[in-house]
Design a protein around this ligand. Structure first.
Ligand SMILES: O=P(O)(O)OC[C@H]1O[C@](O)(CO)[C@@H](O)[C@@H]1O
Length: 560
């Protein structure tokens, strides 16, 4: 058991795991995988999902030691404190209650002495009503036309989560029907190219802009909001803002100051982190406008199902807990800092970019939650691409170069089945053949002895040898419905929290993004004064000065 200020690496459980690494180094997955009892004990089902973590470089003993580490880290207590609304985001003095966003209407989740679920559902009901007005055409634009196209403006978690959840149903037959005749285009980047790409072919008369920002101060989002306000007012007049712009924010004062009617603003709360906000109006509003609230409600229910599992299931049967502990094992003990997220579904192509932010902005920290410097690395370097695309991109490295633990995510039922006459398998079976084969290729590898038996020429044997022993896990979803997408989201959100709880860091603040913003504002001031008053460059090092000089001398940006 650790005191509140001790570091997890000072615990007996941590030291025991460090010693245990030597035991694991003597094993190879090609042997571990032959132990059916071990493999059976490392497979888990819940609510239609099947998790297989038997290809992790771990034994039953490893798992027991990791569970001991979890207890020493007070993991059960920290999970409870999160669900109980305690201010576990201590540096910002906030609760962490994204689970409340998808709680059933009759649930009770307290924050600062108040049940927050009623206000969550007030917003959800408002979104339902508003999205029905827009989709039915009873709310029309300034020229009386229905608003068929929606442009949410937002960046970071305000963008990546909604984009992931928007991408998955685009090929789901039920959702496709619901979205007929509508477009949803996310605008995150301040790069004017992103604006051009996202308004291309859109008509201000039939477009609704949703300004999404928790703080309503993020520079990129607010300049993009002013850019699209200009796009709308130039075409339709200043009064058109009231019909063509709405907002999602915690900062309703700034929403009103921007010129959006607070009645057309959808609130969320300080106890929702940006990267955990997709189940708030941040994601629910744009997605309900595109697919209808009933589809989005299924997504919320899927997430809520995992929340209950996470909250109430014993650690050894708890999917997010096991995934989080295995991540800590790979990063802190086996020395594998990266992780590849490999969904064998093109509909999940935006899942890895979302989890990259959730994971790396949450756990890329250098001090403990109490501010103590950490003598060990935290956080994972997450990346990923759908299979089979990744196999033609970076799989060479993961098979024969660095060891990168992989998450393989597969779907049993394709959203879009194709089976050509004469083909030996359907297209989905072809995809899934790789989903099932790649983990074993990584685990077993191929030895020189095997290559000799295959009469591979001597000079090629070193090049065709696969060391194997490369860990992965496989998660098999029954299908990719809105409900399953919600399950997947919540599993990975809670997995990230488990890692942070064990490492003893604050996974819910993000002070690391501030310094770059401060320096950028200094450059912004310099660019402004150089362009408007010809001010000499001052206050930058030689390199930045040289770069800025070249930029200013050759730039075609308009001179004010
Ligand atoms: O929603 P806001 O306040 O505009 O913040 C946008 C994004 O910027 C961050 O605060 C930092 O990247 C993210 O956590 C957040 O999702």
């Amino acid at each position: 058991m650790t005191s509140s200020t001790a570091l997890i690496c000072d615990t007996e459980a941590w030291k025991d795991l460090k010693k245990h690494v030597e035991d694991i180094k003597k094993t190879h997955l090609r042997d571990l995988m032959n132990d059916a009892n071990r493999c059976e004990s490392m497979m888990l089902e819940f609510d239609g999902l099947l998790l297989d973590y038997s290809r992790q470089r771990a034994t039953v003993e490893t798992m027991n030691k990791l569970l001991k580490l979890a207890k020493d880290a007070q993991l059960p207590e920290k999970i409870s404190r999160m669900f109980n609304g305690e201010h576990i985001n201590s540096t910002e003095n906030r609760s962490v209650l994204h689970v409340a966003l998808r709680a059933p209407k009759d649930a009770v989740i307290m924050a600062d002495g108040k049940n927050v679920v009623p206000e969550v559902w007030n917003v959800l009901d408002k979104i339902k009503e508003f999205s029905e007005k827009i989709r039915s055409g009873s709310w029309v634009g300034a020229t009386g036309k229905p608003l068929e196209d929606v442009v949410p403006i937002g960046i970071g978690g305000t963008f990546l989560g909604p984009l992931f959840v928007h991408t998955a149903p685009q090929t789901d037959p039920e959702s496709v029907e619901c979205a007929k005749g509508r477009q949803l285009r996310f605008l995150p980047n301040i790069d004017p190219v992103d604006v051009a790409r996202n308004i291309k072919g859109l008509n201000p008369e039939t477009t609704l802009v949703v300004v999404v920002s928790k703080t309503f101060t993020t520079a990129e989002t607010m300049l993009n909001a002013r850019t699209l306000r200009e796009w709308i007012t130039a075409a339709l007049g200043a009064s058109a803002v009231a019909k063509h712009m709405v907002a999602v924010s915690t900062n309703l004062a700034l929403v009103e100051k921007f010129g959006i009617d607070p009645n057309n603003a959808f609130a969320f709360w300080d106890w929702v982190g940006g990267r955990y906000s997709v189940c708030s109006a941040v994601g629910v509003l744009p997605l309900s406008l595109q697919y209808g609230f009933s589809v989005v409600e299924k997504f919320l229910k899927g997430a809520s199902s995992i929340d209950q599992h996470f909250k109430s299931t014993s650690l050894e049967e708890n999917i997010p807990v096991l995934l989080g502990l295995l991540s800590v094992w790979n990063v802190s003990f086996l020395g594998y800092p990266a992780r590849a997220i490999l969904p064998y579904s093109q509909a999940l192509e935006k899942f890895a970019p979302h989890i990259q932010q959730v994971s790396m902005e949450s756990n890329g920290k250098g001090v403990s939650i109490d501010g103590l410097p950490l003598p060990f690395e935290t956080g994972e370097i997450d990346f990923g691409e759908p299979g089979t695309n990744g196999q033609h991109s970076f799989y060479q490295l993961i098979h024969q170069g660095r060891v990168i633990p992989c998450d393989f995510i597969g779907v049993v039922k394709s959203q879009q089945p194709v089976y050509l006459k004469g083909e030996i398998v359907s297209n989905h079976d072809e995809l899934m053949s790789n989903f099932f084969a790649q983990p074993d290729a990584l685990a077993y590898g191929k030895t020189p002895e095997q290559l000799h038996k295959e009469n591979v020429s001597e000079n090629l044997i070193p090049h065709k040898t696969f060391s194997g022993n490369r860990p992965s896990l496989s998660l098999l979803l029954p299908e990719l419905s809105a409900y399953n997408v919600g399950q997947l989201l919540a599993i990975y959100e809670h997995r990230v929290a488990v890692q942070g709880f064990v490492w003893g860091i604050n996974s819910f603040d993000q002070w690391g993004v501030e310094l770059g913003k401060v320096l950028a504002s200094q450059v912004r001031k310099q660019l402004h004064s150089s362009r408007t008053q010809g001010t000499e460059l001052d206050g930058f090092n030689y390199s930045t000065t040289t770069l800025l000089k070249r930029y200013l001398e050759t730039s075609s940006e308009p001179q004010m």
